[in-house]
Design a protein around this ligand. Structure first.
Ligand code: AMP
Ligand code: GLY
Length: 443
């Protein structure tokens, strides 16, 4: 079976890895940057921008691919799935209409409100900073400010983390409106949810979801959750599918919210097929929805896909055929810790073109997985670009072992020009997360 994966990041490297573990899969790829890991796994690839739909479609037709998988959201937003489906090419990803759940934050919030989905936050959108003032003050300035367009997770500012008080809030509101941050002169102002974040990814066939292990991502650049938001610096998951601060019933609440969302989309005539991603804040009042994404998470895909025991392509076929209820999902009961290696200066001004030595064999021997992101391959080394370079995932029976293994593997990634958040998955940071939740709960 010929599978085409769109995207060239570490998330897509993990998707490609899951594809080639499947018995009869032959892998094709479209990627903008030549990912050396993906290149090694493919039968053939096209180096092309992931939003160049016409070129991608011609390639898919030329290669006669059976199923297309889409890593990033940008091609979904411009309707690549609609176009592929119209041509009779199966795509295991949401249509433009269903993907609005991610690509249009205002629409998503309104949908949740209309259908009374649990886990909502108060919100309003504004095109005039003066009108936003009262709403922000009414929420005691405890708000998240989100440009309406896509910003790769980097445009969101949260009170207490990125600004304080009404003046600083309005300064950002004005900046977004005046400079069209995210592409539009419009901002979403949302009630701030306080707690610990978790990600729940699931497969969806339009009617049923099959949820995967919960993951905690680390958006902030610096150790101790300081510095600006990034695309994600690393993530961890636990062998029992929960997180150290997340109970089974809270996990199930999150899963039930995702299930309700796909039911609503189905009812509206836009069934959601493909992986779906819920970003939740666990608060003392239960999980609140921070965002819903129409794809796997990056880095979170790297925590869940390597643990699949069930054939990934069989799952994709079941999603396409509306038969997920026939799949008995088997997931290895392992903990994972993923740490991204990024170029020095990442999040502010990356130092590009610098040499990184990666000893792939030694990394494998530690029991870790290596997923390349944005690097250029030279002879026996890679060089940095402005984006994240690669990720290493430690997999083991316990979280602390997984963290140790990940660190052992990172010793085999050598450069003077890289940066890693070494605190991700460490007992100290995990303890802080548990304490944070306990304090909020008054324990
Ligand atoms: P987003 O791009 O929507 O995922 O936002 C980036 C990050 O900002 C999230 O991962 C959260 O850490 C934080 N954030 C977004 N919205 C809220 C909110 N309403 N309350 C608290 N934190 C938020
Ligand atoms: N980890 C955040 C995202 O994939 O959007």
């Amino acid at each position: 079976m010929k599978i085409l994966v769109i995207g060239g990041g570490a998330r897509e490297h993990a998707i490609c890895d899951a594809v080639i573990c499947s018995k009869n899969a032959e892998l094709y790829s479209v990627m903008k940057n030549l990912n050396p890991g993906i290149k090694n796994l493919t039968v053939d690839y096209l180096q092309e921008d992931e939003t160049n739909v016409d070129k991608i479609i011609s390639y898919a037709k030329e290669k006669n691919v059976d199923i297309v998988l889409v890593g990033p959201e940008a091609p979904l937003e411009i309707g690549i799935v609609n176009k592929l489906t119209n041509l009779g090419i199966k795509a295991c990803a949401p249509t433009k209409e269903a993907a609005r759940i991610e690509t249009d934050k205002e629409w998503m919030r309104k949908l949740l409100k209309k259908y009374k989905i649990p886990g909502q936050l108060k919100f309003e959108t504004f095109t005039d900073a003066n009108k936003a003032k009262k709403f922000i003050e009414d929420l005691d300035c405890e708000v998240a400010l989100k440009p309406i367009g896509l910003t790769g997770g980097k445009g969101v500012k949260v009170s207490g983390d990125h600004f304080n008080g009404i003046d600083e809030a309005l300064e950002y509101v004005k900046d977004v409106i005046k400079n069209k941050v995210g592409g539009q002169s419009k901002i979403l102002v949302e009630e701030k949810a306080v707690g610990e974040e978790f990600t729940l990814q699931a497969f969806s066939d339009g009617h049923t979801i099959l949820p995967l292990h919960a993951v905690q991502d680390h958006k902030r650049l610096l150790p101790g959750d300081e510095g600006p938001n990034t695309g994600g610096m690393g993530s961890y998951s636990c062998n029992n599918g929960l997180l150290p601060f997340l109970s089974k019933s809270e996990y199930e609440e999150g899963a039930s919210i995702l299930q309700k969302i796909i039911e609503v989309l189905d009812k509206k005539g836009d069934p959601y097929i493909g992986p779906i991603y819920g970003q939740f804040m666990l608060t003392i009042d239960g999980p609140k929805i921070i965002e819903i994404n129409a794809r796997f998470g990056d880095p979170e895909a790297m925590n869940v896909l390597p643990l699949l025991e069930t054939d990934f392509i069989e799952i994709c076929k079941a999603m396409l055929d509306g038969e997920l209820n026939k799949i008995k999902l088997k997931i290895r009961k392992k903990s994972t810790v993923c740490k991204y290696v990024v170029p020095r200066g990442y999040g502010i001004k990356s130092i590009v073109g610098k040499k990184v030595n990666v000893d792939e064999e030694k990394i494998m021997k530690t029991g870790s997985r290596l997923f390349y992101a944005s690097v250029n391959k030279e002879n026996d080394f890679v060089t940095t670009t402005s984006s994240r370079s690669l990720a290493v995932v430690g997999i083991s029976d316990s979280l602390s072992n997984a963290e140790n293994i990940c660190e052992q593997a990172l010793d085999y990634v050598k450069s003077d020009y890289i940066f890693i958040r070494h605190d991700i998955g460490t007992p100290k940071l995990i303890e802080r997360r548990i304490q944070h939740m306990n304090n909020l709960r008054g324990m």
